[in-house]
Each structure stands twice: as structure tokens, then as C-alpha cells.
Write a protein that binds this ligand. Structure first.
Ligand code: AGP
Length: 369
């Protein structure tokens, strides 16, 4: 059950391994007709409003905010709607320009995060349509929003969010594709391809987890690092942020996530032979550019751990360590690429003797400001 660790040493490891199953739970009843159609019952009545929205504002904190950043790329590319992603703690004290033309999506695993709830009330007071993406059934967020989608990842106990994140990204992908279909901004063919790609994620995730032991050896090499840099581009930029957050939270190693193209504007100054640089570098449209970022790091003696597409030979020669992930469409790649980063953080924290499930100073749900 969700409340016991079973064969695992920590809830976090259990929850990482549950992801193929929890993503299937997130799909359940929502990917229909032999996985060719998306049905989101919770949004049925509000879809006309979402279609009419001039802008979608997505709000969350921490990992939930990272899920929102991935959604920004999805909504813009496929549903052709302008998106802003905001930290709840900032949004609630700004003077945001919002009206009934706007749709606000609040993302929260717990549904009890104080800043997110305050942002919700502010958006409501401005007349915006407020929607929730939430894991905890009956939580304040789910009660206070007009409509929403539950992530159905099951109880998440590890303070470092893992399966709730992949469930959030799964829900956001379904919303983006459904919205695009309704608006006619996606071709039938692309829609079908992407729904199928999404449906294939659990199986590909299982393959990554089956091979997960290899990541232990990589953790052995880098667990004494003081700093780490995580790089990614496009859909994988938010994954770099999420990987860095995981490492910071549970291992107390200072880690920064960066858009790979921004490296030359500052963080490259940090690169030396003590710096592990984790680069999310699958074979997508950014591949060549990310490869040249890797060369820049190598030229300064940085240690590169690259997340690559299965069978990538070029990078294997160039970097210190590779972790392979199955090939996928770039729009669903975050759901796969994040898994090795979760495992890397876990194994490093374990080697450092940290309490992985309950890191110091952190609460599972931040219900006070
Ligand atoms: C994630 O690993 C963190 N512990 C934290 O950033 C978390 O995502 C954040 O506090 C938001 O929580 P929520 O999703 O329950 O609102």
C-alpha cells in the first residue's frame, strides 16, 4: 500500500519506481478508444472558456511550478495560446492584470500550499476562471477551484516530489492536446502520434527503472561534489531545474538548473574539474546546440553526465558518464528524462547518509507563509 515502504529503503525510492503505474492511473478513463482520444470529464463544462482564453496563467510552487513551465511549452506549441507561469509567492503580492478573459491553472500536489491558495483567491477576485490540478482529493485547492483534474498519483510521502510531478505533467499534456484538438490548432495526425507517445511512457519508464542500478555507480563518483550544474533546453529546461531541485533538497549539494543556452551568460564561470554538469541531451531539435554546450564544459575540464537517447554513440565518447533513455517525441520527453535525475539525487543523498524522505528544514506541504 501507499503507506508502507514495502521492499524499498525509502518512500522516495518506492515512489520513483511507482511512476510507470501512477502515470497509468493518471490516464485511466481519460485516454479512450484504444488510446486515441483524450476525455477529461472534470473540464468538460469549462473547455469553452479555456478555448476562448486570450491567455493562460499557470501558478504553483517548487516542483509544481516546474510542471507549469513544461506546460508553457506544450500549450504554446500545440494550442497556440499565450501562457505565463508564475510563482504563487510572487503572484499573490503583485498587482496582476487579470480579467474574466483569463484562465488561471493552479498546480499543487497537496492542494494546501498557503501561497498557492492565496494566489487562487486573488485570481478569483479578479473574475478569472480558476482551475486546479491537484493530487489530494478533497483538498482546499480542489474545493475552491471552479473545475479541475486530479492527478491520481496516490499518496506521496517523500518530501521530495517525484510521482506527483510526472502525474502533473501527464495531466497538463492531456489538457494541452485536448485543447489543441478542440481549437483545431493541431493536425489529427500529430494529435494521434502524441497521444500514442504519451500512452507509451509507462513502458519506457519501466525500461529506465530496470536499468536504474547503473546510476548508483555514477553517484559514487560525484557524491562528494559541493556544487552541481544541470542544463537542458526547450521541454527539458524545466527538467534541468527539477533535477537540480531534487539534488539540493535531499543531498544538500548546491545545485543550479539552467537553460543550456544561458550557460555562457554566467554559470560557465563555475566550470572546473570539480564541477559535475548534468546535461539533458536527447536527440531532439536542440541536440547539436546542446552538444556544443557540452564541448564548452569539457574544454574547461568540467565532468559531464549526459542523459542521452538510447544508442547515442557520439556523446558517449565525449562525456564522462551517460544515462540512456528510450527514444520519444520531444513533447513527452520530460516524463522520461526526469526519472534518472530523481534516481541520481536519491543515490547521492543515500551515499551522503541523508534522510532522503525527510530532508532537514523542509515540510511536505508548506501550509504557512
Ligand atoms: C518538491 O520536491 C518540494 N518538496 C516542493 O518544492 C513542493 O513541490 C512545493 O512545496 C509545492 O507543493 P505542492 O505541490 O503541494 O503545492
Amino acid at each position: 500500500g501507499a503507506m508502507d515502504k514495502g521492499a524499498y529503503d525509502y518512500f522516495m525510492l518506492k515512489e520513483i519506481h511507482e511512476q510507470p503505474k501512477t502515470i497509468e492511473e493518471t490516464f485511466r478513463g481519460r485516454l479512450q478508444n484504444d488510446y486515441s482520444e483524450i476525455v477529461l470529464g472534470g473540464l468538460l463544462n469549462v473547455f469553452p472558456k479555456i478555448e476562448a482564453a486570450k491567455r493562460i496563467v499557470i501558478i504553483g510552487c517548487g516542483t509544481s511550478w516546474h510542471a507549469g513551465l513544461i506546460a508553457e511549452y506544450l500549450f504554446e506549441e500545440y494550442a497556440q495560446v499565450s501562457v505565463e507561469v508564475e510563482y504563487a509567492s510572487e503572484f499573490r503580492y503583485r498587482k496582476p492584470v487579470l480579467s474574466s478573459d483569463d484562465v488561471v491553472i493552479l498546480i499543487s500536489q497537496s492542494g494546501e500550499t498557503a501561497d498557492t491558495l492565496a494566489a487562487l483567491e486573488l485570481a478569483k477576485s479578479k473574475g478569472a476562471t480558476v482551475l486546479g490540478i491537484c493530487n489530494v482529493v478533497g483538498s482546499t485547492l480542489s474545493r475552491e477551484t471552479e473545475a479541475g483534474v486530479y492527478t491520481h498519483a496516490g499518496v506521496e510521502i517523500g518530501v521530495a516530489s517525484t510521482k506527483a510531478f510526472t502525474a502533473q505533467v501527464t495531466v497538463l499534456t492531456m489538457i494541452a492536446l485536448k485543447l489543441a484538438k478542440r481549437k483545431g490548432t493541431i493536425s489529427n495526425e500529430t494529435y494521434k502520434v502524441l497521444v500514442k507517445e504519451l500512452a507509451e511512457i509507462p513502458e519506457k519508464g519501466r525500461a529506465i527503472l530496470d536499468d536504474g542500478e547503473k546510476i548508483k555507480a555514477i553517484a559514487e563518483k560525484y557524491h562528494e561534489a559541493v556544487n552541481a550544474l544541470y542544463l537542458g533546453r526547450g521541454y527539458l529546461f524545466p527538467v534541468a531545474l527539477e533535477g537540480a531541485l531534487k539534488l539540493k533538497e535531499i543531498s544538500y549539494i548546491h545545485a543550479e538548473g539552467y537553460a543550456a543556452g544561458e550557460m555562457k551568460h554566467g554559470p560557465i564561470a563555475l566550470v572546473d574539474n570539480n564541477l559535475p554538469v548534468v546535461v539533458v541531451a536527447p536527440q531532439d531539435d536542440y541536440y547539436e546546440k546542446v552538444v556544443s554546450n557540452i564541448q564548452e564544459v569539457k574544454a574547461r575540464k568540467g565532468n559531464v553526465i549526459a542523459i542521452v537517447t538510447e544508442g547515442d554513440k557520439g556523446l558517449k565518447e565525449m562525456v564522462n558518464d551517460v544515462i540512456e533513455i528510450p527514444k520519444s517525441h520531444p513533447a513527452v520527453a520530460p516524463l522520461l528524462a526526469v526519472i534518472p535525475l530523481q534516481l541520481l539525487a536519491y543515490h547521492i543523498a543515500l551515499l551522503k547518509g541523508c534522510n532522503v524522505d525527510q530532508p532537514r528544514n523542509l515540510a511536505k506541504s508548506v501550509t504557512v507563509e
